[in-house]
Design a protein around this ligand. Structure first.
Ligand SMILES: *[C@@H]1O[C@H](CO)[C@@H](O)[C@H](O)[C@H]1NC(C)=O
Ligand SMILES: *[C@@H]1O[C@H](CO)[C@@H](O)[C@H](O)[C@H]1NC(C)=O
Ligand SMILES: *[C@@H]1O[C@H](CO)[C@@H](O)[C@H](O)[C@H]1NC(C)=O
Ligand SMILES: *[C@@H]1O[C@H](CO)[C@@H](O)[C@H](O)[C@H]1NC(C)=O
Ligand SMILES: *[C@@H]1O[C@H](CO)[C@@H](O)[C@H](O)[C@H]1NC(C)=O
Ligand SMILES: *[C@@H]1O[C@H](CO)[C@@H](O)[C@H](O)[C@H]1NC(C)=O
Ligand SMILES: *[C@@H]1O[C@H](CO)[C@@H](O)[C@H](O)[C@H]1NC(C)=O
Ligand SMILES: *[C@@H]1O[C@H](CO)[C@@H](O)[C@H](O)[C@H]1NC(C)=O
Length: 798
């Protein structure tokens, strides 16, 4: 139902509009003549802006306000079934009807699509001007709800440093969204990881603005690719403007920093994405910046975002953010005041997970000219997105296409490929890995230990019940499949559930640790899987027991609960031990942890996390992931990011205070630096060359290097280029990434990597809002990580 009638209707309308253009103008429509003129907004050949302008004129005030909100959660999940509450749905729909969202993650795609199509058809038929909804969803690991391919989380995919592969994954994710009629996603999140305590770091790409900008822009371009009819497939929402360094690593906490900090340290991914990808929408952050919540921060949203950065799309609130102006920040006196202040600052659409939003208060302010004009702008922006994505022209999605698209075999293979490349090998003493038959000797058994060994830990935006095999294999299940169940001894060791850690729980953990130690002693090898996270937004599965992800900030960068005790107890047995970390965060790596023979970080990997780890342990896959975030060696030893300012590194007076940990780079280097990751083979990067060509402002920089595989296994290396001006008028980082490329090199072979025509302007930065490029002596570094011993410097005068 739905699809065909609508298609025919579109075809008829097009014929009518052609006739109308040939034979009549609006003024011909009087008298006895039958007017066949089709309204311009129904004419697919006009631009989204032209159609939106026409439709806007036809809307009543209430219809306009209706477009500024929506019904984010149409369906709930009750005991494994889709539940729909008609009463509450109608209550919201009467005043908020711009977009619609599917609701809870636990529901399955095949149960949802027919029901959603009914609601979509009802809205088209039932609304006065037949204005369709647009369906909005989060899309971090692929589909927001169950039944799609569960890709790894954002920090995992970024750890692949493989942009072409990432694009293919996002194309698969886009097609799965599209098959469910989701034409608008609430990604990418281009916030910069500035604080290791922030529970949302796993949703972000990394600590470097260039890397984040590259991934974020690819996400936008791929999602917003146009279909054969010229419609944008899936509109994107770049977010959260601006965020990353909330006080204490707390999700909605305040931020500080002047305009140079915002534009140079936080905004570069927006600048790139706006210029190259043109995201159709943007989400303002929860944070107050310099005391002004982003939702009412006119300076940031207008002067900086629209003015300096040139953003032209729709600006939406974060979920409930307008309400928080009233209930938390106390910068509004009433619901109406909150709505008006955020509208005046630049918000054009309200995201509200449930219930009535605050923009509905605008219904009573019709006579206010300023409000009326701002509402027109907001509705025009919304309608343009609907026209651009073909909401008025495309048929509803079909069950057949959904069945052919979701979990398509190609998507699953892409998922395996990116998961393999997302895992980072951090330590591998004496080539302990890959495991050989010899290492599995002794009892011939392997002990698999730890609370994260038997679950899938994909992050809170992934629809996964971590213990349910329908969502994929845990590491334990994958290892049992590979080695035979009889060869794997399993012990959970401690609980995953760690806050409210009472005496009884501790006693239970001590018993569980002893049990795990016994298992390790019976085996020749222990693989210990520790982490944080566990869970998503499905309360029925997790009872809010997450120890990472949104709404959680880490008071301690060690493993939560008794996990370090468990690891130490296993290491004390002397049984060779491999540590696998599973989380969206980094954990302190110190002498305790370094006693492991090998360490891997698997981040928030998706449904193939277990399989990929096993392939890497057994040498069927050569690891090629690299860190996109530096790892501290002590709980308080951060900021730790590689691109600190030169003055940051002097700390106190190092000659007087030799025990000072202070700034991490000079006196206490990070445990693991940005860009770092090991392989089973041995690459050398040589013949580094940096040269300039062209004249004046057209000058470009060419960089090249040779990568040779001198080891015994084919593999992939990430060649990284960093730079720094020797002089600048404001303080600039000691080094900044400017290019990277992942290359595959066969055994005994070599590849030349070339970065051609890097524009001079890319070396610039903002000074009080003005883009500035300086001439002078620049150092470029080329190598395999941000660590100086992995880099070759070359100076050029520009
Ligand atoms: C709209 O309503 C008509 C008449 O009730 C019905 O025949 C048609 O199928 C409906 N269209 C959609 C898309 O539901
Ligand atoms: C869900 O299932 C449980 C256990 O069978 C039952 O007690 C509960 O009433 C059910 N809830 C609903 C809303 O059906
Ligand atoms: C449905 O929504 C209405 C209005 O919000 C509420 O009063 C009612 O309890 C809901 N019904 C169920 C079964 O949840
Ligand atoms: C996955 O990677 C393998 C090895 O590089 C490649 O041969 C294969 O084509 C890739 N699969 C997909 C679907 O891209
Ligand atoms: C290593 O760090 C963890 C987490 O902070 C801590 O529990 C442990 O005591 C540390 N070990 C050493 C030797 O510093
Ligand atoms: C890589 O090559 C270097 C230099 O020849 C050597 O010292 C090192 O052991 C090699 N590493 C591996 C993993 O083969
Ligand atoms: C830069 O290149 C453009 C296009 O090739 C050319 O029109 C312009 O004159 C050049 N400017 C300078 C300063 O060389
Ligand atoms: C640029 O700086 C490097 C490193 O300090 C120095 O060796 C080189 O002589 C400088 N080049 C010029 C032209 O000043």
């Amino acid at each position: 139902m739905g699809a065909l009638p609508q298609l025919f209707a579109v075809a008829l309308l097009l014929i009518h509009s052609n006739l109308a253009q040939a034979s009549s103008t609006p003024s011909d429509c009087g008298g006895s003549q039958v007017c066949r003129k089709t309204e311009p907004y129904k004419t697919a050949s006009l631009t989204p802006a032209e159609r939106a302008n026409d439709l806007l004129k036809r809307l009543t005030w209430e219809e306009k306000i209706g477009q500024m909100g929506g019904i984010r959660a149409a369906f709930r999940s009750i005991n494994g079934s889709v539940a729909f509450n008609r009463t509450s749905f109608e209550q919201i729909r009467s005043t908020q009807n711009g977009q619609i969202g599917y609701g809870q993650q636990a529901n399955w795609a095949m149960d949802l699509l027919p029901r959603m199509n009914e609601l979509r058809a009802e809205q088209i038929n039932g609304s006065r001007l037949h204005i369709p909804y647009i369906t909005v969803a989060d899309s971090v690991n692929g589909l927001w709800f169950s039944g799609g391919t569960v890709f790894p989380g954002t920090i995992s995919m970024a750890s692949s440093w493989n942009l072409p592969l990432y694009e293919q994954v996002i194309a698969a994710s886009r097609d799965e969204n599209l098959a469910m009629g989701i034409n608008w996603v609430l990604s990418p999140e281009v916030d910069i990881i500035h604080d290791p305590r922030n529970g949302r770091n796993g949703e972000m790409y990394g600590e470097d603005t260039y890397l984040v900008g590259e991934f974020g822009t690819r996400y936008i371009k791929t999602m917003q690719e146009k279909d054969d009819n010229g419609f944008v497939k899936v509109a994107t929402t770049i977010k959260h403007f601006v965020f990353g360094s909330g006080s204490g690593g707390v999700n909605r906490a305040s931020m500080f920093g002047g305009i140079n900090h915002i534009l140079n340290d936080l905004a570069p991914p927006y600048r790139k994405a706006i210029r190259e990808g043109q995201p159709l929408s943007l989400m303002a952050s929860y944070s107050s910046i310099d005391g002004v919540p982003a939702s009412i921060n006119k300076y940031l949203l207008q002067d900086v975002l629209r003015g300096i950065l040139g953003f032209k799309g729709l600006i939406m609130s974060d979920a409930n953010a307008i309400q928080y102006l009233l209930t938390e920040s106390k910068v509004a006196r009433t619901r109406s005041d909150a709505a008006v202040k955020s509208l005046q600052a630049g918000l054009e659409h309200e995201l509200k997970p449930d219930g009535l939003g605050l923009f509905v208060e605008l219904r009573s302010l019709h006579s206010n000219k300023e409000i009326a004009s701002l509402v027109d702008e907001a509705v025009r922006a919304m309608l343009q997105i609907k026209f651009a994505t073909g909401m008025f022209d495309q048929p509803l999605p079909t069950i057949e296409n959904m069945a052919a698209t979701l979990r398509n075999p190609r998507h699953l293979l892409l998922n395996r490929n990116i998961t393999r490349e997302s895992i980072v090998l951090l330590k591998n003493d004496d080539a302990f890995l890959p495991l050989t038959k010899g290492l599995l000797s002794g009892s011939g058994k392997v002990a698999v230990i730890g609370p994260y060994a038997d679950l899938i830990n994909a992050g809170n935006y992934a629809p996964v019940d971590p213990a349910d095999p329908r969502y994929g294999n845990s590491f334990l299940r994958s290892f049992e499949n590979a080695l035979g169940k009889e060869n794997v001894l399993y012990a959970q060791g401690t609980s995953t559930v760690l806050p409210n850690y009472d005496h009884d729980a501790q006693a239970k953990d001590q018993a569980a640790i002893s049990f795990a130690v016994d298992k390790a002693k019976q085996a020749g090898l222990a693989v210990v899987v520790l982490g944080s996270g566990y869970g998503n937004f499905m309360p029925e599965f997790f009872n809010n027991e997450r120890t990472d992800t949104e709404g959680y900030s880490h008071a301690d960068l060690g493993f939560p609960g008794a996990q370090q005790q468990l690891l130490d107890a296993i290491l004390n047995t002397g049984v060779p031990t491999i540590l696998v970390m599973s989380a969206g965060q980094t954990f302190v790596i110190n002498q305790s942890t370094s006693r492991c023979k090998a360490i891997l970080h698997s981040w928030l990997a998706g449904e193939y996390s277990g399989d990929s780890l096993v392939e890497i342990l057994l040498g069927q896959v050569n690891p090629s992931g690299k860190l996109t975030v530096s790892i501290p060696d002590h709980n308080g030893a951060f900021p730790v990011a590689y691109d600190y300012l030169p003055s940051d590194d002097v700390g106190g007076f190092s000659t007087y205070t030799k025990y000072d940990w202070h700034w991490p780079q000079l006196t206490r280097k990070p445990a693991m630096p940005f860009g770092y990751g090991l392989s089973y083979t041995n690459f050398t990067i040589s013949e580094v060359s940096v040269s300039t060509s062209g004249t004046g402002s057209n000058r470009t920089i060419d960089v090249s290097a040779k990568v040779t595989n001198r080891g015994k296994m084919g593999g992939k290396e990430v060649v990284q280029v960093y730079f720094r001006p020797q002089y600048s008028i404001i303080e600039r980082p000691v080094m900044k990434l400017i290019r990277f490329s992942k290359v595959s090199v066969a055994v005994g072979s070599m590849e030349i990597v070339e970065f051609d025509r890097i524009a001079l302007t890319e070396l610039g930065f903002y000074v009080n809002g003005e883009w500035t490029v300086e001439e002078g002596n620049y150092t470029f570094w080329v190598g395999s990580s941000s660590r100086s011993s992995d880099l070759t410097p070359v100076n050029v005068v520009i």
